[in-house]
Ligand binder design. Structure first.
Ligand code: HSE
Length: 325
């Protein structure tokens, strides 16, 4: 547990209502959808507890969670606090809020850890307004929270975490987005190899220029992928999810078990397997929960055989997004 340094550890008196909010984890990129496609997932996420203060602004009372995690405790660099402050500013609130952040997602995992905190912070601050803003009005605030953590205003984690489900977002203007309806449930096997990859670093190693051939290939792969998602054609989803030629091949080098895990997932019958976000987490799509468990076990084994410790989960799509608990 990491406590806020005393210089900024003002513990305001609780006034009135206390809210507890869930910011879900998310899978992003999904193959060729770099910075453009993300999926909200169940069971993994961050929690924020919040209450109003008389002093304007945001006080981060505590940020704790996973052992060994290094969560920024300065409210100007903590993603939950930055997103909450943006909501208060946007609403012209005269009061402030105090936040207690409970991390459930490890940072540098590829599971949208900073996005989960940003969304939970924004949602909590919003609930404490006299007149809460509609969900759509929080997009700017959560993007601001994401940017402070990762150095970029990409929306493919924060928007699925905010809205739930599958979200397509413009990579050049993340305030432009669309929820993509999914016609049925989807089972997901997810492994988290114990390797930390900071999004900032994983973005810096990407090529500045790509060939026209690869750009055109990726554009068509993303179009096929979206079409297959809408149709619930998981086999085709799996095929195009593995077709990225620009980003994933470069980042795969940061994950020692990448190839063996993908092979194991496919041999176990997964529709497809890819890195999520900047990794190292890898996910695979499966027919149903029982099949996802078999795929997960094959992926874990392959990871351990590569000498990398790992944790694994079976999850599904979260269609709800940020919510009060
Ligand atoms: N789209 C982002 C990336 C997700 O791949 O860098 C990580 O936050």
């Amino acid at each position: 547990m990491e406590a806020v340094p005393s210089s900024i550890s003002v513990v305001p008196d609780r006034q009135g209502e206390r809210v507890v909010v869930w910011g879900p984890g998310s899978l992003s990129n999904l193959g060729p959808g770099f910075d453009a496609l993300g999926l909200c997932i169940q069971g993994l996420g961050d929690r924020v507890e919040a209450w109003r203060t008389e002093t304007p602004g945001v006080a981060l009372v505590e940020a704790n969670g996973l052992p060994g995690s290094s969560i920024p405790c300065d409210p100007t660099t903590n993603t939950a606090a930055v997103a909450a402050a943006a909501v208060l500013r946007q609403a012209g609130a005269r009061h402030g809020v105090a936040l207690r952040l409970h991390k459930g997602l490890p940072s540098g995992s590829g599971l949208g850890s900073s996005a989960a905190s940003a969304v939970a912070g924004a949602w909590a601050a919003n609930l404490l307004l006299d007149e809460p803003l509609p969900r759509e009005a929080l997009v700017e605030a959560v993007l601001e929270g994401e940017a402070v953590a990762s150095g970029s205003r990409h929306g493919d984690n924060v928007l699925p975490a905010l809205f739930g489900g599958l979200v397509l977002v413009s990579a050049s203007d993340p305030t432009c987005y669309r929820r993509i309806p999914l016609p049925g449930p989807l089972s997901i096997a997810l492994i988290l190899p114990r390797v930390e990859i900071l999004t900032r670093t994983a973005r810096e190693i990407l090529p500045r220029q790509v060939t026209l051939q690869d750009a055109v290939h990726n554009a068509s792969a993303l179009a096929f992928l979206i079409d297959a998602f809408r149709a619930g054609d998981w086999e085709t989803v799996g095929r195009w999810m593995m077709a990225d030629r620009i980003v994933e091949p470069v980042r795969a080098r940061l994950v020692p078990c990448y190839e063996p895990v993908r092979r194991a997932a496919l041999s176990a019958g997964a529709f497809g397997c890819a890195l999520t976000g900047s990794g190292p987490a890898l996910f695979a799509l499966a027919r149903d929960e029982m099949h996802a468990r078999q795929v997960l076990s094959a992926m874990r084994e392959a990871c351990l055989e590569s000498g990398v410790d790992v944790e694994g989960h079976v999850t599904a799509v979260d269609f709800e997004g940020a919510r009060q608990l």
